[in-house]
Design a protein around this ligand. Sequence first.
Ligand code: TYD
Length: 403
Amino acid sequence: MRTIFLDLGLQPITNCFLPTPVVADEVFYPLRVQFDDDSALVSLVTTLRPELMFNETYAHRASASATMRESFRSVAHHIRDTFRPRRVLEIGSNDGAFISALSRDIVVAVEPCENLAGMTAALGYRTYPVFWNLAEAETIVKCHGEMDVIYAANTMSHIPGLAQALEAVTLALSDDGVFVFEEPSLLAVITNGSYDQFYDEHAHVFSVTAAARALATCGLEVFDLEELSTHGGSTRFYAKRRGRQSHVVSERVQQAIDRELAAGLTELPTYLRFAERVQQSRTDLVQLLSELKAQGKTIISYGATYKSATIFNFCQIGTSLLDCIVDTTPGKQGKFSPGMHIPIVSPEEGLGQTVDFAFLGAWNFRSEIIAKEREFVGRGGHFITHVPDVHIIKLGATSPRTP
Ligand code: TYD
């Protein structure tokens, strides 16, 4: 049975960075999250048509951070050296952060956002500008044969029709092929109180338990996994065809499922408690920012993330509290944030001398950003985060200004 446990209000399309702050026809939808106690899957109640989100204006760049560039390079080399694949398919290749670490001769990529597909095609990687589904899987297998490795990062969670997407993986995988995919971890979300992982693109946020059950329905089995620090805590799954002896099932899989059981991820009350914590987080964040503002402080947000769009729309935080959002992505600069219409500028422009506080919209890159913005910290600037609860981050010897 499915039960709705979290209501994050009306939300915009997170990839819809606006050219002007006045927009008449902006699309909003109700963002509610449900738990299914049969499949253990946590998913959005309303999912948008994929074409509304994944199109030629798609702004996210997997290569935008040094942390992610290194993560993709390292997993690509690990896959190449461990499984020695003759053919690798990436589903959702974005700007090529993963495939660019592999030879063009062995890679096939699928990327529905045409602006991104064009980038990897221009680099010489065979890229299909399509949504992943059974029909496309058949076409690809006809042209290139079955795949020894299928890789997807932050993509399976984006596909509302999960069963069909996994069937397509099963169809395209060679008999002893390996399906490697990584997604934000539900356990990390629940532990961190990071409700901002729920947004239009994340049709599901996976526990190991739910992922294993979904794979099992398509004849696949998780044989290993890794806990990653990316995206505030992710899980990288390694799956094979059920019954194949090609890979031994690691004890790490059952251990992770046991940890989730102990954390209550298969029980509704856990999610109801999480929803109460989310309400508290909203109250605390609005209160902190309002108090700082009343003291005459200048506050900005760092990282025009999809995650922070959820926060600002849920908490109704706009330009009365935040002067701007800074982001290094050229395609986001000069635009306005979805829903709350906060101007987005480069860090050089937005993190000027007068800024006192920066909310970490990209809290998942906390270390990278703080290391980069030494000057801001050095002159007494402070970062604010809502993870795991709302607070001003205390760094080294610098004493934070309290509200
Ligand atoms: P990401 O973590 O992918 O978040 P989401 O999936 O919620 O959009 O995006 C991080 C954003 O933060 C991206 O737009 C780039 C930006 N960013 C900076 O502006 N400066 C930085 O130093 C880093 C690491 C990221």
